[in-house]
Design a protein around this ligand. Structure first.
Ligand code: SF4
Length: 493
């Protein structure tokens, strides 16, 4: 039987899909330009790495009111057609790309595709959320008991229902009320008929930046999406800040109790695009610096430093520069795999990672190779890559990992396997080395990672500067729903 090509919806899961933490979502909004939805489509395209399962745009036009379109699959396959974009007129629009972190996991249902929309007494509002609400189960139960009728299985919909119950007289004030009840991580982009609204949770776990384009304003998960529309980066929305933007300008307020920020350190390692700027630092440069720290912490005699493409590349460059060991493309990625797959029959499944990555045999043969990867999650892909490198005749294989061991799940908008499926949750570094059957395996230390992101003194154990819960097990916001379901926090030391 010949293989079938599938694309867009009904995405089959292949083995390598299973062995990375999944990016959360990307959000984008524009006010004050003609055809704002076209800008949003471009912005979402630049944020596609943050979610590939589905996307949506809501726009508002003074004459035609609110309009929306939600589609499964890539932005480029949906929001490029003139016939669709013509249905989204107006100077104000927001959008969302999604990988399901809550709701129907792994296979997004159309009813879970954002932005969500609510009609209130003072007018309509649409909202797109990046992050995860850690008390969503409790909120949902309470809201349903009080008569709310949920349309989706997404945690984000709680915000709309909480807004509906607020007695405030305008949408931003209602949103403040709603978000004060929410625990966990949220960056939100929302819109009314005239306002573009951006909010970050008090810890600022997920990113959100403010930009300027012509006479208009932009909100985006990352700066790389400002570049694509020619917008100028203005500043990050601060942790705990709400910005309410109209054509007149930006009104800023801080509605939450102030707390020390805890931005997600994994955004630096893996989630954000390397051409984005976070906290005034180039993500590429931070990743290169992680490689420098890794080479200092875990040197090894070898002939070549090779990245596991693509996310291991900047760290491998840094490792090579610091160690003096030549950098080489020992593994080549098939650039055209995308999410259009050959139907995974058993035979093709067994090819696994070879469908996406291939070893540069002529380069590898007889060499002692250092492989630099961003993370080890289950370890299944690392093992297969090691086998491919040995099959190609490498003399030795040494793994160097640009993050500390991922031993705890994330509850703040990143899809991680259950704790027992994480290799580092059940094995020490030496045991993982033996399990992967490599000549050596070393992870960057938590302090080394902090130094690489610019905290020169390393991690402040009393008041960590970032969220690093997936490495440390120290959750800055107690994941109350998960605790109620039996999740055990790390015992106090
Ligand atoms: S637990 Fe890890 S992935 Fe999740 S927000 Fe914290 S640092 Fe980021």
């Amino acid at each position: 039987m010949s293989p079938q090509i599938t694309s867009g919806k009904d995405l089959p899961q292949l083995p390598w899909d299973d062995d990375k933490l999944k990016e959360e979502c990307g959000i984008f909004g524009v006010v004050g330009v003609t055809d704002a939805a076209s800008f949003v489509a471009l912005g979402l395209h630049a944020l596609q790495h943050r979610g590939q399962e589905a996307g949506g745009i809501v726009s508002h036009d003074p004459a035609q009111g609110f309009n929306s379109a939600r589609r499964m699959g890539y932005v480029r396959d949906n929001f490029t057609s003139a016939s669709l974009m013509d249905t989204l007129p107006g100077p104000l629009a927001i959008g969302h790309v999604r990988y399901s972190t809550a709701g129907s996991k792994g296979q997004t249902a159309m009813r879970d595709v954002q932005p969500f929309f609510g009609e209130f007494a003072m007018g309509g509002a649409a909202m797109a959320h990046n992050g995860n609400i850690t008390n969503a189960d409790a909120l949902r139960k309470e809201l349903i008991e009080r008569g709310a009728i949920f349309q989706s299985s997404s945690d984000s919909e709680c915000i709309i229902h909480l807004m509906a119950r607020s007695l405030q007289r305008n949408i931003p004030d209602r949103m403040e009320d709603a978000l004060r009840r929410v625990e966990g991580a949220f960056s939100v982009v929302a819109m009314t008929e005239t306002q573009l609204i951006g909010v970050r949770d008090p810890l600022g776990v997920r990113p959100l930046v403010l930009g300027k384009v012509a006479d208009g304003w932009v909100l985006s998960s990352e700066t790389c999406a400002l570049d694509i529309i020619g917008a100028e980066f203005v500043r990050e929305v601060e942790p705990g800040e709400m910005v309410v933007i109209t054509e007149k300008g930006v009104d800023s307020r801080f509605p939450f109790r102030p707390q020390s920020p805890r931005f997600c350190i994994f955004e630096h390692v893996y989630f954000s695009r390397p051409d984005s700027i976070i906290g005034g630092r180039s993500v590429y440069e931070t990743r290169r610096q992680i490689g420098v720290e890794l080479a200092r912490e875990a040197p090894v005699d070898a002939d070549l430093v090779c990245p596991v493409p693509d996310s291991g590349t900047p760290a491998a460059i840094g490792f090579s520069q610091e160690s003096g060991i030549p950098y080489a493309m020992g593994i080549i990625r098939n650039q055209y795999m995308g999410r259009t797959f050959i139907e995974p029959t058993e035979q093709i499944r067994n090819m696994g990672v070879r469908l996406k990555l291939n070893v540069n045999r002529a380069l590898i043969k007889g060499k002692r190779v250092i492989l630099v990867d961003d993370s080890v999650v289950r370890g299944t892909t690392s093992r297969k890559i090691k086998e491919m490198i040995l099959d190609a005749g490498a003399a030795e294989v040494h793994f160097r990992i640009a993050s500390p061991p991922t031993a705890w799940p994330c509850f703040y908008g990143v899809d991680t396997p259950q704790r027992e499926k994480l290799l580092a949750a059940t094995m020490s570094e030496d045991e993982m080395c033996a399990h992967l059957a490599v000549d050596s395996l070393k992870f960057i230390s938590l302090d080394g990672l902090y130094r690489a992101v610019g905290a020169v003194e390393g991690r402040d154990a009393n008041c960590p500067q970032y969220c690093d819960a997936c490495f440390s097990g120290e959750y800055p916001v107690a994941p109350s729903d998960m605790i109620n379901k039996g999740f055990e926090l790390k015992a106090a030391e």
